[in-house]
Design a protein around this ligand. Structure first.
Ligand SMILES: [Fe+2]
Length: 186
């Protein structure tokens, strides 16, 4: 399997936009947090989170999202990770629907980053001190970060996590990398 260092340089080779790199780093952090909580393979889940959108800048249309990433990765990730990457975008690419714990973890984990990031940007202290309660409020406000799919976030119940605990893991995981993703206080 590709190691973290190689994965990061592969990501930076294919993704040039800062906001997308940040999204991938945040997805990695959340997937590591979820793997730790669920006693799964942190390295596998983390690197998969880091690489899940590798094709985002180069894909030929939404229908290729996830499929191109799998082609680009070849055998550098195990099949269960490639399946999770295909399935995270199954509504766009026509792949099979998510079914494993890993599939659902990638979907809810990568999606929640959008809510946490947008929520942090409107706070004076950015992510520092962010609370689950306020994030839950933002989740109910459909106009806030409207492109973030709330149903996908709620899929955390498929990995056995109640929404509050899931959001706390996301906040804690992203807080730990805040300076790398533009979310630390100036
Ligand atoms: Fe993503």
């Amino acid at each position: 399997m590709i190691d973290r260092k190689e994965a990061l340089s592969l990501l930076k080779e294919h993704i040039k936009e800062d906001n997308l790199v940040h999204h991938c780093l945040e997805s990695e952090a959340v997937l590591r947090g979820l793997a730790a909580r669920l006693d799964r393979d942190e390295e596998l889940w983390g690197v998969t989170g880091l690489l899940h959108d590798l094709d985002y800048s180069t894909m030929a249309g939404e229908a290729r999202h996830g499929l191109d990433t799998v082609d680009m990765l070849g055998d550098r990730l195990p099949e269960e990770a490639l399946a999770a990457i295909r399935r995270h975008a199954f509504e766009m690419n026509g792949a099979e629907a998510p079914e494993t714990e890993f599939d659902f973890a990638l979907r809810c984990g990568e999606t929640v980053t959008g809510l946490v990031h947008a929520g942090a940007l409107v706070r004076p202290t950015k992510i520092d001190g962010m609370k689950v309660k306020s994030l839950k409020k933002k989740m109910k406000d459909k106009a806030f970060a409207a492109s973030v799919n709330r149903d996908c976030i709620r899929e955390c119940d498929k990995i056995g996590l109640e929404l509050g605990e899931f959001l706390q893991i996301a906040i804690d995981s992203i807080t730990a990398i805040a300076p790398e993703v533009g979310l630390s206080q100036e």
